[in-house]
Write a protein that binds this ligand. Structure first.
Ligand code: ADP
Length: 404
Protein backbone atom coordinates (compact mmCIF):
# COMPACT_ATOMS: atom_id res chain seq x y z
CA UNK A 1 0.00 0.00 0.00
CA UNK A 2 1.49 3.35 -1.01
CA UNK A 3 2.08 5.92 1.73
CA UNK A 4 -0.11 8.50 0.01
CA UNK A 5 -2.91 6.06 -0.81
CA UNK A 6 -6.46 6.68 0.37
CA UNK A 7 -6.61 3.91 2.95
CA UNK A 8 -3.42 5.00 4.63
CA UNK A 9 -4.81 8.55 5.05
CA UNK A 10 -8.20 7.67 6.43
CA UNK A 11 -9.16 8.35 10.02
CA UNK A 12 -10.98 5.46 11.65
CA UNK A 13 -13.61 6.84 14.02
CA UNK A 14 -14.98 4.70 16.87
CA UNK A 15 -17.62 6.73 18.71
CA UNK A 16 -20.59 4.51 19.53
CA UNK A 17 -22.69 6.99 21.53
CA UNK A 18 -25.44 9.05 19.89
CA UNK A 19 -24.45 11.21 16.95
CA UNK A 20 -20.80 11.50 18.05
CA UNK A 21 -19.42 9.61 15.09
CA UNK A 22 -21.42 11.50 12.49
CA UNK A 23 -20.53 14.87 14.05
CA UNK A 24 -16.84 14.07 14.19
CA UNK A 25 -16.85 12.91 10.58
CA UNK A 26 -18.57 16.11 9.52
CA UNK A 27 -15.99 18.28 11.27
CA UNK A 28 -13.13 16.34 9.72
CA UNK A 29 -14.65 16.29 6.24
CA UNK A 30 -15.03 20.03 6.30
CA UNK A 31 -11.28 20.18 6.81
CA UNK A 32 -10.83 17.68 3.93
CA UNK A 33 -9.75 14.96 6.31
CA UNK A 34 -11.28 11.61 5.24
CA UNK A 35 -13.03 9.88 8.12
CA UNK A 36 -14.54 6.42 8.18
CA UNK A 37 -16.95 5.45 10.92
CA UNK A 38 -16.44 2.06 12.56
CA UNK A 39 -19.43 0.60 14.42
CA UNK A 40 -17.17 -0.85 17.11
CA UNK A 41 -13.60 -1.60 18.10
CA UNK A 42 -13.65 -4.95 16.26
CA UNK A 43 -14.38 -3.20 12.95
CA UNK A 44 -11.54 -0.74 13.51
CA UNK A 45 -9.16 -3.57 14.37
CA UNK A 46 -10.12 -5.36 11.16
CA UNK A 47 -9.53 -2.23 9.06
CA UNK A 48 -6.28 -1.13 10.71
CA UNK A 49 -3.95 -3.57 8.87
CA UNK A 50 -5.45 -2.46 5.53
CA UNK A 51 -4.14 1.02 6.24
CA UNK A 52 -5.16 3.94 8.43
CA UNK A 53 -3.78 7.41 9.16
CA UNK A 54 -5.09 7.64 12.70
CA UNK A 55 -7.58 6.11 15.09
CA UNK A 56 -10.04 8.47 16.74
CA UNK A 57 -11.84 6.85 19.64
CA UNK A 58 -14.12 8.11 22.38
CA UNK A 59 -13.58 7.01 25.97
CA UNK A 60 -17.02 5.42 26.15
CA UNK A 61 -15.99 3.03 23.33
CA UNK A 62 -13.20 1.85 25.60
CA UNK A 63 -15.62 0.73 28.29
CA UNK A 64 -16.29 -2.34 26.14
CA UNK A 65 -14.15 -5.43 26.89
CA UNK A 66 -13.15 -5.24 23.21
CA UNK A 67 -10.54 -2.69 24.30
CA UNK A 68 -8.30 -5.71 25.00
CA UNK A 69 -8.50 -6.65 21.30
CA UNK A 70 -7.48 -3.12 20.39
CA UNK A 71 -4.58 -3.20 22.88
CA UNK A 72 -3.40 -6.50 21.33
CA UNK A 73 -3.62 -5.11 17.80
CA UNK A 74 -1.65 -1.98 18.77
CA UNK A 75 0.94 -4.10 20.52
CA UNK A 76 1.40 -6.33 17.47
CA UNK A 77 2.02 -3.53 14.97
CA UNK A 78 5.03 -4.01 12.69
CA UNK A 79 8.26 -2.33 13.83
CA UNK A 80 7.82 0.70 11.54
CA UNK A 81 4.23 1.39 12.67
CA UNK A 82 3.08 3.50 15.60
CA UNK A 83 -0.45 4.51 14.66
CA UNK A 84 -1.60 7.74 16.33
CA UNK A 85 -4.61 7.25 18.60
CA UNK A 86 -6.68 10.34 19.38
CA UNK A 87 -8.62 9.63 22.55
CA UNK A 88 -11.60 11.92 23.15
CA UNK A 89 -12.23 12.24 26.85
CA UNK A 90 -14.39 14.38 29.11
CA UNK A 91 -12.70 16.99 31.27
CA UNK A 92 -13.57 14.99 34.37
CA UNK A 93 -11.70 11.89 33.31
CA UNK A 94 -8.90 13.29 31.16
CA UNK A 95 -6.50 13.26 34.14
CA UNK A 96 -7.24 9.62 34.77
CA UNK A 97 -6.53 8.76 31.11
CA UNK A 98 -3.29 10.68 31.25
CA UNK A 99 -2.13 8.45 34.11
CA UNK A 100 -3.80 5.15 33.23
CA UNK A 101 -4.12 5.21 29.43
CA UNK A 102 -1.09 2.97 29.05
CA UNK A 103 -2.69 0.35 31.34
CA UNK A 104 -5.72 0.16 29.06
CA UNK A 105 -4.11 0.43 25.62
CA UNK A 106 -0.57 -0.77 26.32
CA UNK A 107 2.70 1.08 26.76
CA UNK A 108 3.51 1.03 23.03
CA UNK A 109 0.45 3.06 22.18
CA UNK A 110 0.89 6.54 20.75
CA UNK A 111 -2.07 8.34 22.43
CA UNK A 112 -3.02 12.01 22.21
CA UNK A 113 -5.74 13.09 24.62
CA UNK A 114 -8.35 15.49 23.23
CA UNK A 115 -10.68 17.09 25.75
CA UNK A 116 -14.43 17.26 25.27
CA UNK A 117 -16.57 19.21 24.67
CA UNK A 118 -14.74 19.37 21.40
CA UNK A 119 -13.54 22.49 19.71
CA UNK A 120 -13.56 21.79 15.98
CA UNK A 121 -10.30 23.65 15.37
CA UNK A 122 -8.47 21.64 18.06
CA UNK A 123 -9.82 18.34 16.72
CA UNK A 124 -8.79 19.23 13.16
CA UNK A 125 -5.31 20.40 14.22
CA UNK A 126 -4.67 17.29 16.34
CA UNK A 127 -5.90 14.99 13.56
CA UNK A 128 -3.84 16.73 10.87
CA UNK A 129 -0.71 16.49 13.05
CA UNK A 130 -1.40 12.80 13.63
CA UNK A 131 -1.78 12.22 9.87
CA UNK A 132 1.50 13.97 9.15
CA UNK A 133 3.32 11.74 11.63
CA UNK A 134 1.61 8.69 10.20
CA UNK A 135 2.70 9.55 6.64
CA UNK A 136 6.32 9.52 7.83
CA UNK A 137 5.74 6.05 9.18
CA UNK A 138 4.41 4.87 5.82
CA UNK A 139 7.42 6.44 4.10
CA UNK A 140 9.64 4.52 6.47
CA UNK A 141 7.72 1.32 5.69
CA UNK A 142 8.20 1.87 1.94
CA UNK A 143 11.91 2.55 2.42
CA UNK A 144 12.29 -0.62 4.47
CA UNK A 145 10.45 -2.63 1.82
CA UNK A 146 12.68 -1.13 -0.87
CA UNK A 147 15.79 -1.98 1.14
CA UNK A 148 14.52 -5.52 1.70
CA UNK A 149 13.88 -5.93 -2.04
CA UNK A 150 17.39 -4.68 -2.84
CA UNK A 151 18.91 -7.02 -0.25
CA UNK A 152 16.96 -9.95 -1.63
CA UNK A 153 17.98 -9.25 -5.19
CA UNK A 154 21.61 -8.86 -4.04
CA UNK A 155 21.41 -12.13 -2.16
CA UNK A 156 20.01 -13.97 -5.13
CA UNK A 157 22.69 -12.44 -7.40
CA UNK A 158 25.41 -13.49 -4.97
CA UNK A 159 23.93 -17.01 -4.79
CA UNK A 160 23.74 -17.18 -8.58
CA UNK A 161 27.34 -16.04 -9.02
CA UNK A 162 28.58 -18.33 -6.26
CA UNK A 163 26.91 -21.27 -8.00
CA UNK A 164 28.55 -20.27 -11.31
CA UNK A 165 31.94 -19.91 -9.63
CA UNK A 166 31.55 -23.27 -7.92
CA UNK A 167 30.73 -24.83 -11.27
CA UNK A 168 33.79 -23.18 -12.81
CA UNK A 169 36.05 -24.29 -9.95
CA UNK A 170 34.74 -27.86 -10.28
CA UNK A 171 35.45 -27.76 -14.04
CA UNK A 172 38.96 -26.42 -13.42
CA UNK A 173 39.58 -29.05 -10.76
CA UNK A 174 38.48 -31.80 -13.06
CA UNK A 175 40.59 -30.33 -15.88
CA UNK A 176 43.71 -30.07 -13.70
CA UNK A 177 43.05 -33.58 -12.41
CA UNK A 178 42.90 -35.10 -15.89
CA UNK A 179 45.88 -33.07 -17.17
CA UNK A 180 47.98 -34.11 -14.15
CA UNK A 181 46.85 -37.68 -14.52
CA UNK A 182 47.65 -37.84 -18.24
CA UNK A 183 51.01 -36.11 -17.75
CA UNK A 184 52.31 -38.81 -15.44
CA UNK A 185 52.63 -41.61 -18.02
CA UNK A 186 54.87 -39.70 -20.52
CA UNK A 187 56.94 -38.26 -17.66
CA UNK A 188 57.61 -41.70 -16.26
CA UNK A 189 58.55 -42.96 -19.73
CA UNK A 190 61.00 -40.06 -20.20
CA UNK A 191 62.57 -40.63 -16.78
CA UNK A 192 62.63 -44.41 -17.30
CA UNK A 193 64.35 -44.23 -20.69
CA UNK A 194 66.87 -41.67 -19.47
CA UNK A 195 67.71 -43.87 -16.45
CA UNK A 196 67.99 -47.02 -18.61
CA UNK A 197 70.32 -45.20 -21.03
CA UNK A 198 72.53 -44.20 -18.10
CA UNK A 199 72.44 -47.73 -16.65
CA UNK A 200 73.19 -49.49 -19.95
CA UNK A 201 75.45 -47.05 -21.78
CA UNK A 202 77.16 -44.90 -19.15
CA UNK A 203 80.49 -46.53 -19.88
CA UNK A 204 80.41 -45.88 -23.63
CA UNK A 205 78.80 -42.45 -23.62
CA UNK A 206 80.83 -39.27 -23.22
CA UNK A 207 80.61 -37.64 -19.77
CA UNK A 208 78.63 -34.69 -21.12
CA UNK A 209 76.01 -37.05 -22.58
CA UNK A 210 75.73 -38.81 -19.20
CA UNK A 211 75.30 -35.45 -17.44
CA UNK A 212 72.55 -34.42 -19.82
CA UNK A 213 70.75 -37.73 -19.43
CA UNK A 214 70.95 -37.38 -15.65
CA UNK A 215 69.39 -33.90 -15.90
CA UNK A 216 66.61 -35.21 -18.14
CA UNK A 217 65.87 -38.03 -15.67
CA UNK A 218 65.90 -35.71 -12.63
CA UNK A 219 63.71 -33.08 -14.26
CA UNK A 220 61.16 -35.67 -15.39
CA UNK A 221 61.14 -37.21 -11.89
CA UNK A 222 60.63 -33.79 -10.32
CA UNK A 223 57.75 -33.09 -12.72
CA UNK A 224 56.29 -36.47 -11.85
CA UNK A 225 56.42 -35.63 -8.11
CA UNK A 226 54.77 -32.31 -8.85
CA UNK A 227 51.93 -33.92 -10.81
CA UNK A 228 51.51 -36.48 -8.01
CA UNK A 229 51.17 -33.65 -5.49
CA UNK A 230 48.72 -31.73 -7.69
CA UNK A 231 46.71 -34.93 -8.07
CA UNK A 232 46.76 -35.49 -4.30
CA UNK A 233 45.58 -31.92 -3.69
CA UNK A 234 42.82 -32.11 -6.31
CA UNK A 235 41.73 -35.53 -5.06
CA UNK A 236 41.37 -34.06 -1.56
CA UNK A 237 39.19 -31.20 -2.75
CA UNK A 238 36.89 -33.59 -4.62
CA UNK A 239 36.82 -36.69 -2.42
CA UNK A 240 33.84 -37.69 -0.30
CA UNK A 241 35.18 -37.50 3.22
CA UNK A 242 33.36 -39.60 5.77
CA UNK A 243 34.39 -38.68 9.27
CA UNK A 244 34.82 -41.33 11.94
CA UNK A 245 36.69 -41.96 15.14
CA UNK A 246 40.35 -42.57 14.23
CA UNK A 247 42.84 -44.26 16.57
CA UNK A 248 45.98 -42.16 16.25
CA UNK A 249 48.28 -44.78 17.80
CA UNK A 250 47.67 -47.32 15.06
CA UNK A 251 47.53 -44.66 12.34
CA UNK A 252 50.95 -43.27 13.32
CA UNK A 253 52.45 -46.78 13.72
CA UNK A 254 51.29 -47.74 10.24
CA UNK A 255 52.57 -44.48 8.84
CA UNK A 256 56.04 -45.02 10.32
CA UNK A 257 56.13 -48.62 9.09
CA UNK A 258 54.96 -47.94 5.56
CA UNK A 259 56.36 -44.66 4.25
CA UNK A 260 59.89 -45.39 2.97
CA UNK A 261 61.26 -41.94 3.95
CA UNK A 262 59.88 -42.37 7.46
CA UNK A 263 61.01 -46.00 7.81
CA UNK A 264 64.57 -44.84 7.11
CA UNK A 265 64.31 -42.07 9.72
CA UNK A 266 62.54 -44.06 12.45
CA UNK A 267 65.21 -43.55 15.08
CA UNK A 268 64.82 -39.79 14.69
CA UNK A 269 61.10 -39.85 15.43
CA UNK A 270 59.85 -39.98 19.02
CA UNK A 271 56.17 -40.73 19.51
CA UNK A 272 54.56 -40.01 22.86
CA UNK A 273 51.96 -42.75 23.05
CA UNK A 274 49.09 -42.98 23.73
CA UNK A 275 47.94 -40.37 21.26
CA UNK A 276 44.21 -40.95 21.67
CA UNK A 277 41.52 -40.60 19.04
CA UNK A 278 40.19 -37.83 16.83
CA UNK A 279 37.22 -37.41 14.54
CA UNK A 280 38.78 -37.61 11.10
CA UNK A 281 39.29 -39.52 7.89
CA UNK A 282 42.21 -41.94 8.17
CA UNK A 283 43.63 -41.58 4.61
CA UNK A 284 43.49 -37.77 4.74
CA UNK A 285 45.03 -37.74 8.22
CA UNK A 286 47.82 -40.06 7.04
CA UNK A 287 48.48 -37.74 4.13
CA UNK A 288 48.59 -34.59 6.28
CA UNK A 289 50.79 -36.18 8.96
CA UNK A 290 53.22 -37.73 6.47
CA UNK A 291 53.68 -34.37 4.73
CA UNK A 292 54.37 -32.64 8.06
CA UNK A 293 56.73 -35.40 9.14
CA UNK A 294 58.67 -35.36 5.87
CA UNK A 295 59.10 -31.60 6.20
CA UNK A 296 60.21 -31.93 9.83
CA UNK A 297 62.96 -34.33 8.74
CA UNK A 298 63.86 -32.38 5.63
CA UNK A 299 64.22 -28.78 6.80
CA UNK A 300 67.12 -29.26 9.20
CA UNK A 301 70.36 -27.27 9.10
CA UNK A 302 73.36 -29.08 7.61
CA UNK A 303 75.14 -31.16 10.25
CA UNK A 304 72.18 -31.35 12.68
CA UNK A 305 70.58 -34.77 13.27
CA UNK A 306 66.83 -34.39 12.89
CA UNK A 307 64.70 -35.12 15.93
CA UNK A 308 60.93 -35.04 15.73
CA UNK A 309 58.47 -35.47 18.59
CA UNK A 310 54.87 -36.48 17.91
CA UNK A 311 52.46 -35.91 20.78
CA UNK A 312 48.85 -34.94 21.38
CA UNK A 313 47.08 -32.55 23.72
CA UNK A 314 43.41 -32.57 24.73
CA UNK A 315 41.93 -29.09 24.36
CA UNK A 316 38.35 -29.10 25.60
CA UNK A 317 36.26 -30.99 23.07
CA UNK A 318 39.17 -31.10 20.62
CA UNK A 319 42.52 -32.81 20.36
CA UNK A 320 45.69 -31.26 19.00
CA UNK A 321 48.34 -33.38 17.29
CA UNK A 322 51.76 -31.73 17.64
CA UNK A 323 54.90 -32.37 15.57
CA UNK A 324 57.92 -30.66 17.08
CA UNK A 325 61.16 -30.57 15.11
CA UNK A 326 64.65 -29.20 15.70
CA UNK A 327 64.90 -27.79 12.18
CA UNK A 328 65.69 -24.45 10.60
CA UNK A 329 62.49 -22.82 11.87
CA UNK A 330 60.28 -20.37 10.00
CA UNK A 331 60.37 -16.57 10.32
CA UNK A 332 57.07 -15.05 11.58
CA UNK A 333 56.43 -13.22 8.28
CA UNK A 334 56.42 -16.55 6.39
CA UNK A 335 54.34 -18.58 8.80
CA UNK A 336 51.01 -17.89 7.09
CA UNK A 337 52.12 -17.88 3.51
CA UNK A 338 53.80 -21.31 3.52
CA UNK A 339 50.34 -22.95 3.62
CA UNK A 340 49.63 -21.50 0.17
CA UNK A 341 50.05 -23.67 -2.88
CA UNK A 342 53.59 -23.56 -4.44
CA UNK A 343 54.89 -21.36 -1.60
CA UNK A 344 58.46 -22.32 -0.70
CA UNK A 345 60.83 -20.22 1.34
CA UNK A 346 63.60 -22.69 2.08
CA UNK A 347 66.79 -23.15 0.14
CA UNK A 348 65.88 -24.27 -3.42
CA UNK A 349 68.43 -27.09 -3.15
CA UNK A 350 66.10 -28.86 -0.69
CA UNK A 351 63.81 -31.01 -2.87
CA UNK A 352 60.12 -30.20 -2.80
CA UNK A 353 57.12 -28.97 -4.75
CA UNK A 354 55.62 -26.40 -2.39
CA UNK A 355 52.31 -28.26 -2.18
CA UNK A 356 52.86 -30.42 0.94
CA UNK A 357 51.52 -27.90 3.46
CA UNK A 358 48.67 -26.85 1.16
CA UNK A 359 47.63 -30.52 1.07
CA UNK A 360 47.87 -30.80 4.87
CA UNK A 361 45.78 -27.65 5.26
CA UNK A 362 43.13 -28.79 2.78
CA UNK A 363 42.99 -32.20 4.48
CA UNK A 364 42.54 -30.58 7.91
CA UNK A 365 39.78 -28.29 6.61
CA UNK A 366 37.94 -31.16 4.90
CA UNK A 367 37.94 -33.01 8.23
CA UNK A 368 36.57 -29.98 10.10
CA UNK A 369 39.98 -29.40 11.64
CA UNK A 370 42.57 -26.65 11.78
CA UNK A 371 46.30 -26.43 11.21
CA UNK A 372 48.91 -24.05 12.55
CA UNK A 373 52.44 -23.67 13.81
CA UNK A 374 54.74 -22.06 16.31
CA UNK A 375 58.34 -21.59 15.32
CA UNK A 376 61.59 -19.99 16.35
CA UNK A 377 63.96 -19.47 13.42
CA UNK A 378 67.13 -21.48 13.91
CA UNK A 379 65.65 -23.58 16.72
CA UNK A 380 62.79 -25.52 15.20
CA UNK A 381 59.06 -25.55 14.60
CA UNK A 382 55.98 -27.16 16.07
CA UNK A 383 53.26 -27.80 13.51
CA UNK A 384 49.86 -28.83 14.84
CA UNK A 385 46.62 -30.28 13.53
CA UNK A 386 43.48 -30.01 15.64
CA UNK A 387 40.28 -32.03 15.38
CA UNK A 388 37.19 -32.84 17.37
CA UNK A 389 37.51 -35.64 19.91
CA UNK A 390 35.06 -38.51 19.56
CA UNK A 391 32.53 -38.33 22.40
CA UNK A 392 33.31 -41.79 23.78
CA UNK A 393 37.08 -41.46 23.63
CA UNK A 394 38.84 -41.59 27.01
CA UNK A 395 41.59 -39.00 27.50
CA UNK A 396 45.05 -40.50 26.81
CA UNK A 397 47.22 -41.11 29.86
CA UNK A 398 50.55 -39.30 29.83
CA UNK A 399 53.40 -41.56 28.72
CA UNK A 400 56.57 -41.55 26.67
CA UNK A 401 58.06 -44.17 24.39
CA UNK A 402 60.74 -43.71 21.81
CA UNK A 403 60.26 -45.70 18.66
CA UNK A 404 63.40 -47.48 17.63
P1 ADP B 1 57.88 -28.38 0.15
O1 ADP B 1 58.21 -29.17 1.38
O2 ADP B 1 57.62 -29.24 -1.02
O3 ADP B 1 58.83 -27.28 -0.11
P2 ADP B 1 55.58 -27.55 1.66
O4 ADP B 1 54.31 -26.97 1.19
O5 ADP B 1 55.54 -28.82 2.39
O6 ADP B 1 56.49 -27.66 0.38
O7 ADP B 1 56.30 -26.48 2.56
C1 ADP B 1 56.35 -25.14 2.12
C2 ADP B 1 57.56 -24.45 2.69
O8 ADP B 1 57.41 -24.28 4.11
C3 ADP B 1 58.83 -25.25 2.54
O9 ADP B 1 59.42 -25.04 1.27
C4 ADP B 1 59.66 -24.68 3.67
O10 ADP B 1 60.23 -23.46 3.26
C5 ADP B 1 58.66 -24.37 4.74
N1 ADP B 1 58.56 -25.47 5.75
C6 ADP B 1 57.64 -26.43 5.79
N2 ADP B 1 57.83 -27.23 6.86
C7 ADP B 1 58.90 -26.75 7.50
C8 ADP B 1 59.60 -27.14 8.70
N3 ADP B 1 59.21 -28.17 9.44
N4 ADP B 1 60.66 -26.40 9.07
C9 ADP B 1 61.04 -25.34 8.34
N5 ADP B 1 60.44 -24.92 7.21
C10 ADP B 1 59.38 -25.62 6.80
Amino acid sequence: MASNGEASDRILVVAPTGADAANIRQVLRRAHLPAEICADIRTAVRLLPEGAGALLITEDALISPERAILAGCLHDQPAWSDIPVLLLSNAASIGWWAVSGADVLGVRTNVTLVERPLRASILVAATAAALRARRRQYQLRDLLAEREAILQSLESRVAERTAKLQELVAELESFSYSVSHDLRAPLRIIAGYARSLIDDFAAVLPEEANNRLERIARTAERMDRLTQDVLAYTRLTRADIILESVDLDSLVNELLDQYPVLVAARSQIEVRFPLGRVVGHAPSLTQALSNLLENALKFVPAGRVPHVVIATQARGARRRILLRDNGIGIAPEHQKKIFGIFERIADRSVPGTGIGLAIAKKAAERMGGTIGLRSTPGKGSTFWLEFARPAEAPAPKPGKRRRT
